[in-house]
Design a protein around this ligand. Structure first.
Ligand code: NAD
Length: 282
């Protein structure tokens, strides 16, 4: 039976550490502040933004929300980003996706000052990650790496397989694992003989968004299995990309859904805001 990696508990510990750091910064008159922009009325986005605001509250990070109407123009959005880029009291800027279709999200992300890009989506941060320089790392991959480190799971020399190649999860996570000396394979929707590849993995990450896609026969005995997926099953219950009940019997470590990678993502966002505040104020 695998050890369950408790993301909920670990995220609480990360938030407690952030809180302490924020208190220290406030003594130096530095007040870490996150600006969150939401355009339109996407209901899931509203939940995510609320959770981020709660985490800020808990850690003492100041939170400023900008709710823009669905009809917002490109110029209005870019003007707001520019204003926030220039504001000295704002350390982190986050644009909640999705945004309405008439707006270009890539252009908007690129407009954010990369020093305030606490989501780690800006090409400069992506490039810095690729060449192994200090940068903002996308929060979900950062959360996975924190889990591996806290549970003292070795990456060096290990075969790591990442299923999924999105710009926010799969690719940056593969890069993080490579930077930590794992031998990394990225699989995606066009990969052939997927099972043959996943069965070789010492560390297997599922980040594809398909409920219970990773079954026991795809996993090597003793593998570390990280489930990034967040899906709803027919009963509306949250499930991951891994068949948890079966895979737990074969893995050495496994993350549950919920209570695994999910809570780590927001905790790492808090860490990134503190990092931004320190960088900008120094
Ligand atoms: P995405 O849809 O952008 O990317 C999915 C990737 O999976 C693609 O690269 C695609 O090639 C690959 N894929 C799809 N079907 C496949 C198949 N049959 N075999 C192999 N590869 C396949 O998704 P994303 O934004 O990377 O998110 C992935 C999952 O992680 C989703 O369930 C999402 O909800 C979840 N997610 C969780 C968090 C968190 O905080 N835990 C954060 C972001 C995303």
């Amino acid at each position: 039976m695998a050890i369950i990696i408790n993301g909920k508990e670990l995220a609480a510990k990360v938030r407690a550490d952030v809180k302490e750091e924020v208190e220290e910064l406030k003594k130096r008159n530095i007040h870490p502040r996150l600006a969150v922009i939401m355009v339109g009325n996407d209901s899931s986005s509203a939940v995510y933004v609320r959770n981020k605001s709660k985490a800020c509250n808990e850690t003492g990070i100041e939170f400023e929300e900008f709710l823009l109407e669905e009809s917002t123009t490109k110029e209005q959005l870019l003007n707001l980003i520019e204003k926030l880029n220039l504001r000295k009291d704002i350390h982190g800027i986050l644009l909640q996706s999705p945004i309405p279709k008439h707006l270009d999200i890539k252009e908007a992300f690129d407009a954010i000052n990369y020093r305030k890009d606490v989501d780690g989506f800006h090409p400069i941060n992506v490039g810095k990650l690729a060449i192994g320089e200090d940068c903002f790392i996308s929060c979900t991959p950062a959360g996975v790496m924190k889990m591996l480190a806290e549970y003292q799971i070795q990456t060096e020399g290990k075969q790591a397989v990442v299923i999924g190649r999105s710009n926010i999860v799969g690719k940056p996570l593969a890069q993080c694992l490579l930077n930590k000396n794992a031998t990394v394979t990225i699989c995606h929707s066009k990969t052939k003989d997927l099972k043959e590849i996943t069965k070789r993995a010492d560390i297997l990450v599922a980040a594809l968004g398909k409920p219970k896609f990773v079954t026991e026969d795809m996993v090597k005995e003793g593998a570390v299995v990280i489930d990034v997926g967040i899906n709803r099953n027919e009963e509306g219950k949250l499930v991951g990309d891994v068949d948890f009940e079966e895979v737990i019997k074969k893995a050495s470590y496994i993350t549950p859904v919920p209570g695994g990678v999910g809570p780590m993502t927001i905790a790492m966002l808090m860490t990134n805001v503190v990092k931004a505040a320190k960088m900008l104020e120094n």
